[in-house]
Design a protein around this ligand. Structure first.
Ligand code: ADE
Ligand code: ZN
Length: 340
């Protein structure tokens, strides 16, 4: 019954491994921050802004995503952005989340790296104390920027190493394969960071990009990674190594939900370590974790056990210590026992 499934999904303790904090900038906050920082936006209401979020592919999405960030200036802005996301996530029973942030998108506008990370960090600490949601940060490298800019950003992050768990690769994939950043990611590994990279849906050479991630870069995880399913060798490689794939199954114009959701079900049934995530919820119908999981469950006809498997996969792939992991997995087991 769908009502039961709705409550079952909403109340389950969940983790999120793929969300961009800048992609959680909801239209109402964008308007507030524009006013606070004296910035003119071409729209007056949150509804008008939301209606303007139309895109057909990754590059038209990215144009919206980056222009939305223009209202983020001060440490307080980054605090407000992050705290609002953590509140919304916690309200959907996300108890643990790993958030990408994109420093180059701010430092290139003259915003100090320090202001960005201090604001985010203060929000993480406040949310952990006040809301009971734990979070960690992933440094996103913009793959359509230069290798030098990537290395400089990695170096800027080093004084804050204790606040950052991993390094990711995002933005426009076209012409920017994983191998472009081989040296940067080698250095990141040496510095003790975990590694992940986006291999998005319908990108050219996606199978080759995934192969580079696995064979040359040695990633710990792949963000998206749907095209693993196109290649028997890749399926076997990620299955054997249980590399986590962070699928984002919100329906968008260029990626209708059924297609990704059905891929997700196939991946689960092949024994792959796949998870469900929100990516950029403010630009994707404001669907947060429970909303996306429920839609995915409906689109693919997932069983309760498959939904629970998705939650377990996220906790078992989180970049945390074993004790913390055991605690979360026990909470899912307890939840399943009580949910009947
Ligand atoms: N930046 C924010 N979301 C992204 C995505 N899904 N792919 C690439 N870059 C992104
Ligand atoms: Zn992403």
């Amino acid at each position: 019954m769908s009502v039961d499934m709705d409550a079952f999904i909403r109340e389950m303790p969940k983790a999120e491994l793929h969300v961009h904090v800048e992609g959680t900038l909801e239209p109402d906050m964008r308007l507030q921050l524009a006013e606070r920082n004296g910035i003119e936006l071409p729209y007056q209401t949150a509804d008008e802004l939301a209606a303007s979020y139309e895109y057909t592919d990754l590059s038209s999405f990215l144009a919206l995503y980056f222009s939305g960030m223009d209202v983020l200036h001060t440490e307080q802005d980054f605090f407000d952005l992050t705290y609002a996301y953590l509140q919304r996530a916690r309200a959907q029973n996300v108890v643990y989340t790993e958030m990408h942030f994109d420093p180059q998108a701010h430092t290139s506008r003259g915003i100090a790296f320090d202001a960005v990370i201090q604001g985010i960090r203060r929000a993480q600490e406040t949310a952990q104390t006040e809301l009971g949601i734990r979070s960690q940060l992933i440094l996103g490298i913009l793959r359509d920027e230069s290798i030098e800019s990537a290395m400089q950003t990695l170096e800027q992050s080093l004084p804050y190493k204790d606040w950052i768990v991993g390094v990711g690769l995002d933005s426009d994939e076209k012409g920017n394969p994983p191998l472009k950043f081989r040296n940067v990611f080698e250095r990141a590994r040496t510095e003790g960071y975990k590694l992940t990279m986006h291999c998005d849906h319908l990108q050219e050479n996606s199978v080759e990009h995934i192969r580079q991630c696995l064979d040359t870069i040695g990633v710990d995880r792949i963000d998206h990674g749907y095209h693993v399913l196109d290649d028997e060798v890749l399926i076997e490689a990620v299955r054997q190594r249980q590399i986590c794939l962070t699928f984002c199954t919100t329906s968008t114009p260029s990626n209708p939900a059924p297609r990704r959701a059905i891929g997700l079900k196939a991946a689960l049934e092949l024994g792959l370590n796949v998870t469900v995530n929100t990516d950029d919820p403010a630009y994707m119908r404001s669907y947060y974790m429970s909303d996306v999981l429920l839609n995915t469950q409906q689109a693919a006809g997932l069983t309760r056990e498959q939904v629970a498997q998705l939650a377990r996969n996220a906790f078992r792939s989180a970049w945390i210590g074993d004790d913390e992991r055991e605690g979360y997995l026990a909470a899912v087991d307890g939840y399943m026992a009580s949910a009947g």
